[in-house]
Design a protein around this ligand. Structure first.
Ligand code: B12
Ligand code: SF4
Length: 476
């Protein structure tokens, strides 16, 4: 079947300006290809010409390809920023209208990490025919093979006779190590390069070395997205993919999309060695966990081209780390700063929630002290990011927020009104004035009046965009 895979439109607002190559769709395309289908990818966020109408473009792509199925990847639901709230999922409405107009009989389906987080809500709100929960490499080909009996295909949302959305059953996770490498050739790379150059950044592309996370941090839904078991790609396959990106597509920078690159430290070492052996002109970034971290790994990463690492500390003192179920200690966080200091040339970001549950006045003061310490001890290469934590569905934090009376139990966690998004960031009772303080503090940082501006200047010179908050759950 001819399957058009669409990266959902973000409406050219807020973080949507930040360009992200659609690795999820490239993975889905390889699986479809292997199953004998004909995939094509269109990313509505990368314009072919200035001021192009995204929905008109979608219609013309559907017609030109003769799409028999249209799948929309819902990556971002909203900006997940408290200070610049923007909602993207409402674009799913005109997107469906465009699909129905251009291909009236073609099944329209949703997938992607944003969809998986709020699948039931999105299926209720938007009359797409199907939705695929989580990783789609095995589920989607299976669904296309049995499209008339979707309830028999695990991992699928479908509609019953009355049009009500139903979920078939949980699907097993695909055997990650055996999946084909993503089809990187299905996008127009020139469009991405032109857009990156226009934004003054080096194009950064996602690469996977592992999927899944066995931890249970209170705010995080990554285990829902990629399962609770760490699944790894063979290091040589990872290095081969990186080499293809560099040699075939001219990529100079990539990010490991793994929850934690060092989830298995031995595997991380092996990946670094395999990349370093190929002597590629490429630099990269990754998220790291505190356990399984040592200087040898940081050195191996740097020697393989890693220029920046990010840590999601989230809490600083033990009560908030424990309430967040972080399974880490303040001492481990401190040790990571000292380790990075010894690895010259490596930049690092530590992200913290300024308003974690179980915070205290002491923690608030310590956050300020650490801000000065990190920027002072790693001048030009260390950064501390402070964010508020977004309350997400199906997380322990949502229960905590309800228990503490911060959010009513029936609060819509996927609002269509951007104004309502800001109220979904956790602020513990009694800390409203501290929250206002951090608001002003971070405004001053954005205006370049604080140390962090100086800290990131060298990174920008290398073409890196600003360091990314923790696991992207909260943001200033
Ligand atoms: C890595 C990452 C980034 C990196 C990307 C680096 C790069 N060069 O690629 C960076 C740091 C740039 C980034 C930025 C942002 N991110 Co981000 N990111 C991720 C992360 C950790 C992994 C995404 C990924 O690439 N996975 C690997 C691919 C292979 O998996 P996948 O995309 O999920 O695809 C699979 C399935 O979803 C499915 N699938 C995908 N598409 C489709 C389509 C169809 C039709 C079907 C059937 C199936 C299907 O099959 C695929 C293969 O298994 C996710 C969390 C997560 N674990 O998913 C957050 C996540 C996607 N990001 C998120 C957010 C919020 C952001 C930012 C808005 C943060 C910010 N405030 O700046 C920006 C937005 C940037 C933009 N313009 O899109 C949210 C999005 C949800 C939401 N709340 O909106 C997520 C889910 C994290 C979270 N829970 O908060 N991000
Ligand atoms: S925050 Fe990181 S370590 Fe914690 S559950 Fe999420 S992905 Fe795993």
């Amino acid at each position: 079947m001819r399957v058009l895979l669409v990266q959902s439109y973000l409406g050219k607002t807020g973080v949507s300006e930040q360009l992200v190559y659609p690795i999820g769709l490239a993975c889905v395309a390889s699986a479809l290809d292997r199953a004998g289908h004909e995939p094509r990818i269109v990313d509505l966020n990368v314009e072919r010409e200035p001021k192009e109408d995204a929905m008109e473009r979608l219609k013309s792509e559907i017609r030109a390809f003769g799409a028999e199925v249209v799948g929309v990847s819902v990556r971002n639901l909203d900006s997940t920023t408290r200070k610049a709230p923007a909602v993207y999922h409402t674009w799913l409405r005109p997107t469906l209208a465009a699909i129905r107009e251009a291909a009236p009989g073609a099944p329209a389906m949703l997938g992607g990490p944003g969809f998986t987080q709020y699948a039931a809500t999105l299926m209720e709100r938007h009359p797409y025919d199907f939705g695929v929960m989580g990783e789609a490499e095995t589920v989607l080909p299976d669904l296309l093979g049995r499209i008339g009996s979707p309830r028999k295909v695990p991992g699928v949302w479908f509609r019953d006779r009355t049009g009500k959305p139903r979920f078939s059953a949980q699907a097993p996770l695909p055997a990650f190590a055996a999946l084909p490498s993503p089809r990187r050739d299905l996008v127009d790379w020139d469009l991405y390069r032109t857009a990156a150059a226009r934004d003054g950044i080096v194009l950064d592309v996602g690469v996977e070395s592992s999927r899944g996370c066995p931890r249970r941090c209170a705010y995080c839904n990554y285990p829902l997205l990629n399962g609770p078991i760490l699944r790894k790609k063979p290091p040589e396959v990872v290095a081969e993919e990186v080499e293809t990106l560099v040699r075939q597509f001219g990529v100079r920078q990539f990010t490991f999309t793994d929850s934690r690159f060092n989830g298995d430290p031995a595997h991380a070492h092996a990946v670094c060695e395999a990349i370093a052996a190929r002597l590629l002109p490429v630099r990269w970034t990754a998220w790291l966990g505190f356990s399984g971290l040592d200087i040898d790994l940081l050195l191996a990463m740097r020697n393989a081209g890693c220029r920046q690492v990010s840590f999601s500390a989230d809490g600083l003192l033990q009560p908030s780390l424990d309430r967040l179920q972080k399974d880490t200690t303040t001492a481990e966080i401190e040790a990571s700063v000292r380790m990075v200091r010894k690895v010259h040339g490596l930049h690092a970001n530590w992200s913290f929630f300024c308003m974690p549950p179980a915070t205290s006045r002491e923690e608030q003061r310590q956050l300020l002290r650490w801000y000065a310490w990190i920027h002072g001890t790693l001048p030009g290469r260390g950064r501390m990011t402070l964010t508020w934590c977004r309350v997400e569905e199906n997380t322990r934090l949502a229960e905590i927020a309800a228990e503490e009376g911060i959010l009513a139990p029936d609060t819509d966690l996927l609002p269509e009104d951007p104004g309502k998004l800001s109220s979904l960031f956790y602020v513990p009772p009694g800390f409203e004035r501290w929250s206002d303080f951090w608001d002003r503090f971070l405004d001053a940082e954005i205006q370049g009046r604080l140390l962090a501006a100086r800290a990131t200047r060298p990174l920008r010179r290398f073409g890196f965009r600003d360091l990314t908050p923790g696991h992207l759950r909260g943001s200033s």
